[in-house]
Design a protein around this ligand. Structure first.
Ligand code: NAD
Length: 328
């Protein structure tokens, strides 16, 4: 029997799977993210064989050294910018993630966020609840259509292409995209046009939806200069990782009308929001919930658990992560 530490309670499917495989599972009792100190203290207290961690845990060399017995850190997320891969490789620790099982859910969510933003749904909801609605009016909450518009995708991987396919099929939206590598299958499926750089997408798109992983090269991919390239009638949607967008610059752009609106599920310094963001009416903000469906979170827990079970049985895991997704 091996011992597995889980840094926060997750849907029980995966936990049961680990127990059924004969492993002793310890789940953090804290109702929240463990601080670095708590993580180090907890992990060094016992010789755990595996750790199931979350995107909110910063996993670096210090953490690996606190539990040298652990063969694997299984991240309960597709993104793994919270893990120092070089430090893991130096120590021979296996890292895994949960790709694919959340693609449909996150793509559905990103499209929902696009619609909520361009149709101004949360804003109209706040207005109506506040008792301000005095009857139908010709120019009340005018938003934008999806049909006839151009959706610009930054990062046409699993999720980005899923968003574009849905927008194209459901609304006939025109798709343009930039990725470090062109994706011919995606172009065939959606009629998407590849642009040579981010700037071309920003200049042409009515809605820009960001789906790149957080890497050194994508940190502040969208900042003041990039926002200035966008149309004043356009929208920025980010369901990738917060630091991909310079949030302070976005607040200024939204205040000044450089762009018309934004929809954000992720933030630069979660859970803190950039100063002034929450006061703006032209931004929809949600609490990093793009993958939060019951079905998907259960599948993520199963996948993370299965990666651990495989490694502890001496087999290769299904979802190893060995390097940054793309160096570009
Ligand atoms: P993926 O690896 O399939 O797609 C990422 C794409 O980005 C790839 O095609 C890659 O080539 C491209 N890319 C990399 N660097 C780029 C750059 N500099 N410019 C343009 N394109 C670049 O990943 P995925 O499964 O589609 O997930 C994408 C990201 O979404 C994850 O890394 C994660 O951070 C984020 N995510 C967020 C949530 C949420 O809850 N909001 C949920 C799931 C995933």
């Amino acid at each position: 029997m091996a011992s597995v530490y889980v840094t926060r309670k997750i849907p029980e499917f995966g936990l049961k799977l680990l127990q059924a495989a004969g492993h002793d599972v310890t789940i953090s009792e804290k109702d929240g993210v463990l601080t670095k100190e708590e993580l180090l203290t907890t992990l060094s207290a016992q010789s755990y064989d595996a750790v199931l961690c979350l995107l909110t845990d910063t996993i670096d060399g210090e953490v690996f050294d606190a539990v040298p017995s652990a063969k694997i850190f299984a991240n309960y997320a597709v993104g793994y910018n919270n893990i120092d891969l070089a430090a893991a490789a130096e120590r021979g620790v296996i890292i895994t993630n949960t790709p694919g099982v959340l693609t449909d859910t996150v793509a559905e969510y990103a499209l929902s966020l696009i619609l909520a933003t361009v149709k101004r749904i949360p804003e109209a909801d706040r207005f109506t609840r506040a008792g301000k609605y005095e009857g139908w009016a010709p120019e009340l909450f005018l938003g934008s259509d999806m049909k006839g518009k151009t959706l610009g995708i930054l990062g046409a991987g699993r999720i980005g292409s899923g968003v574009a396919e849905r927008a194209h099929a459901a609304f006939g939206t025109t798709i343009i995209y930039y990725d470090v590598k062109p994706n011919p299958d995606f172009e065939k499926a959606t009629g998407a046009t590849y642009k040579e750089d981010v700037a071309s997408v920003l200049k042409e798109a009515d809605i820009v939806s960001v789906h790149v992983p957080l890497l050194e090269s994508t940190h502040h991919l969208i900042g003041e200069a990039e926002l200035a390239l966008m149309k004043p009638t356009s929208y920025l949607i980010n369901t990738s990782r917060g630091p991909v967008v310079d949030e302070d610059a976005l607040v200024v752009a939204l205040e000044k009308g450089v762009i018309r609106g934004a929809g954000l599920d992720v933030f630069e310094n979660e859970p803190t929001l950039a100063s002034g963001l929450a006061k703006l009416e032209n931004v929809v903000i949600t609490a990093h919930i793009a993958s939060a469906s019951e079905e998907t979170r259960s599948k993520m827990s199963e996948m993370a658990a299965q990666n651990i079970i495989d490694v502890l049985a001496g087999n290769d895991p299904q979802n190893p992560v060995t390097s940054a997704p793309t160096a570009g």
